[in-house]
Ligand binder design. Structure first.
Ligand code: AMP
Ligand code: GLY
Length: 423
């Protein structure tokens, strides 16, 4: 089989790695890919929003399966366009990707189908939102309706902060048209868990859980980022919680989408908060998480191609998803300054050290091949993942491997997986 992966980050590298292990696959393309992905796939210089070029390329090279990684092309309907080219595509169509693309849609869906989530209101006028805040309890959470590179969520402690937030989102349009509408919701407390699932439109299969670390600094300080590190499984996601979520959250969500005429095929990522009143949905994503994919996929026993084809063909009910009985930890190596301003173009040393080491992985996020060698080319540069028999062992190994890599302005959190000590 020939497979084309759309995207060029750590998530797509982890997907490409899983695909490369399938005996069914003899050629992998990636658009646009990156310097790490280039080690296992042929990278083609087409950007993820260039749907027609992707379609033409896939058709010309007779690709058997296209896998779409990132949220932006999914929400903009890449799957519909590629299907128009007669291609087989893993990922939700535009009608289903709205589950991530509009927070107002997803909140209304949860309310309609009794899926536990924070209480909320939707606003499409700033004056109504401001009036609502006058009577609200704080802290409170403001969310731009649309996609905002993971930055459209503001947690506000005071009325003043919240008013400034409404100004930024709805009036100053800091997140562009994503802020034409907004959700204001109740602030929840508890532990966060990321649960990735495969869906074929009617059946949902749950992958092993994970936990992300979204803030830039140690001790959960600093700005929100795309994710600074992950561990899998989450020791706080117990069998009892899993059973509750399957019954009250996962199954109702796929059924709700089907009932709304938006059958979801692909990955639904449930961002959950384990509150004192039980697990509640923080958000849905319509794709693998990044860096969740970097700890979950290396632990998956199935041939990923079998699972993805079953999602596309509607036969997921026959698949038994299996994960290794171990753990994995991923530490993101970033450029100093991220998620603010940072420099790029620094040569990366030590990547070769991963080549012959079982259970250690380096997934590239923002890298580029140049005449000088592979250089940094983004805020998040590399995800260093290690597996171990236990979370603690995986964590020790991941931090060991972090030292193998060297580049100027290397920055990382030192406390990824610290929470497991409390488990
Ligand atoms: P989201 O993009 O919706 O996942 O939001 C980003 C982060 O904001 C989440 O991972 C949470 O840490 C936080 N967050 C979002 N919604 C809430 C909420 N209702 N209560 C508390 N924290 C929240
Ligand atoms: N790690 C969070 C996300 O992929 O959105």
């Amino acid at each position: 089989m020939k497979v084309l992966i759309v995207g060029g980050g750590g998530r797509e590298h982890a997907i490409a790695y899983a695909v490369s292990k399938s005996p069914k696959v003899d050629k992998i393309y990636c658009a646009p890919g990156n310097a790490g992905i280039a080690g296992i796939a042929e990278c083609v210089d087409i950007q993820v929003m260039d749907f027609e070029e992707i379609g033409k390329f896939a058709k010309k090279t007779a690709v058997d399966l296209v896998i779409v990684g990132p949220d932006d092309p999914l929400a903009a309907g890449i799957v519909d366009v590629l299907k128009g080219y007669g291609l087989k595509v893993f990922g939700p169509d535009g009608k289903a990707a709205i589950l991530e693309g509009s927070k107002a849609f997803s909140k209304d869906l949860m309310k309609k189908f009794n899926i536990p989530t924070a209480a909320y209101e939707v606003f499409d006028k700033a004056d109504k939102a401001l009036a609502y805040l006058e009577k609200a309890k704080f802290p409170i959470v403001l969310k731009a309706d649309g996609l905002a590179l993971g930055k459209g969520v503001l947690i506000c402690n005071t009325l003043e902060e919240a008013k400034a937030g409404v100004q930024e989102i709805m009036l100053d349009k800091k997140f562009g048209i994503a802020g034409n509408r907004m959700v204001i919701e109740e602030y929840m407390t508890g532990r966060e868990v990321s649960v990735l699932t495969f869906c074929d439109g009617k059946t949902i299969k749950v992958m092993s859980s994970a936990q992300d670390h979204k803030r830039a600094g140690d001790g959960d300080t600093g700005l929100n980022t795309g994710g600074m590190g992950t561990f899998s499984p989450s020791p706080f996601y117990t069998a009892k919680i899993d059973e509750y979520c399957r019954k009250n959250i996962y199954k109702p969500t796929v059924e709700a989408m089907a009932e709304e005429g938006r059958p979801f095929k692909g990955v639904i990522f449930f961002g959950l908060m384990l509150t004192d009143d039980g697990p509640k949905v923080l958000e849905f994503n319509a794709r693998f998480g990044d860096p969740e994919a970097q700890v979950v996929l290396p632990r998956m026993k199935n041939d990923i191609i079998d699972v993805m084809l079953a999602c596309v063909d509607g036969t997921l009910g026959k698949v038994k998803l299996e994960f290794e009985d171990n753990a994995a930890v991923c530490v993101m190596l970033a450029s100093n300054g991220y998620p603010g301003k940072y420099e790029r173009g620094f040569v990366i040393q030590g990547l070769d050290k991963f080549e012959d080491k079982d259970g250690y992985y380096v997934f590239h996020s923002g890298t580029k091949k140049t005449g000088k060698g592979i250089v940094t080319n983004g805020g998040r540069v590399l995800g260093v993942t290690a597996k171990g028999d236990s979370l603690k062992e995986a964590r020790t190994r991941a931090y060991e491997a972090v030292e193998w890599i060297d580049f100027e302005n290397k920055y990382y959190r030192h406390d990824i997986g610290k929470a497991i000590d409390e488990a």
